[in-house]
Design a protein around this ligand. Structure first.
Ligand code: HEC
Length: 123
């Protein structure tokens, strides 16, 4: 049964990756506390960062009345679950030259959770 001992850990890895896709909005709300230092979810309320109201489906750097970096304006990204998940892993790497002074959320599950929360709370 050595094959089982070898394959079982692999299967578990796949299973946990499968679970990542489903972020938990309730737990994401606690992760969002970090973001709320700079971002509001209220329409038109910009802080250090742009309002994240309606961010799902929005083009990067496109909110009128917020002073984006040239890099964010030129990035040409549409914010969705996938692009947010990637951006928030390493903001400086995903949009080089953007001015968000934030290291990102390294933990995959927490990042999936905060994206799930945004999907719900940014509408
Ligand atoms: C210390 C302040 C700060 C924190 C903390 C922060 N951000 Fe930002 N964020 C910014 C700034 C500033 C920008 C604008 C970047 C630019 O113009 O280059 C930005 C841009 C963004 C954008 C692009 C918005 C657009 O309209 O294109 C998203 C999405 C975003 N942040 C999400 C988040 C999330 C989610 C978190 C928490 C996990 C977070 N940010 C944490 C300051 C912050």
């Amino acid at each position: 049964m050595t094959w089982l001992r070898r394959t079982l850990p692999l299967l578990l890895v796949f299973a946990s990756h499968g679970a990542l896709a489903a972020g938990d909005p309730a737990s994401g709300k606690t992760v969002f506390v970090q973001c709320s230092a700079c971002h509001s979810l209220v329409a038109g309320k910009n802080g250090i960062g742009p309002s994240l109201h309606g961010v799902i489906g929005r083009k990067s750097g496109s909110l009128a009345g917020y002073n984006y970096s040239p890099a964010m304006k030129a990035a040409g990204i549409t914010w969705g679950e996938d692009t947010l998940f990637k951006y928030l892993a390493a903001p400086k790497a995903f949009v080089p030259g953007n001015k968000m002074p934030f290291m990102g959320v390294k933990d995959d599950q927490k990042r999936a959770d905060v994206v799930a929360y945004l999907k719900q709370a940014s509408q």
